[in-house]
Design a protein. Structure first.
Length: 130
């Protein structure tokens, strides 16, 4: 978690969370100068969404591994165990140097959208046998 405001650079201070916000966020911080609030999600929120994310830092810049690496540690936990059992692939975070299992595709493998229209690669016509 960072401790400075993204807008003005002032130190953030922790604010009170409601009962429901405690389940959703690890912490809520507010800037005293510009009153901007920043929300930090719980770790289980990293397992939601369309693309695979690092469960420790939340980055999308991860790589897929073919087999476990003996040097970097494996992320432990019940959600990691469920992801492996659900047919997930082995991934590696470059920043945390942690390995983990995830069933979702990488962000670079998802189809990109332009102006609200999904853009996919055109079908390969060379292999149609014409």
């Amino acid at each position: 978690m960072k401790n400075r405001c993204a807008k003005c650079g002032e130190r953030l201070h922790r604010v009170h969370r409601t009962f429901l916000e405690r389940f959703r966020y690890l912490g809520i911080f507010e800037c005293r100068r510009c009153s901007t609030e920043e929300f930090f999600p719980r770790l289980w929120a990293m397992h939601l969404g369309r693309a695979a994310r690092c469960p420790k830092c939340g980055t999308y810049r991860i790589t897929r591994l073919k087999e476990p690496d003996r040097i970097d540690k494996m992320h432990s936990g019940f959600l990691n165990f469920l992801e492996r059992g659900a047919g997930g692939h082995l991934h590696h975070c470059r920043y945390c140097r942690v390995q983990f299992w995830d069933r979702r595709r990488l962000l670079s493998e998802l189809p990109q959208k332009q102006d609200g229209v999904s853009v996919t690669s055109p079908p390969d016509t060379a292999s149609s046998g014409e």
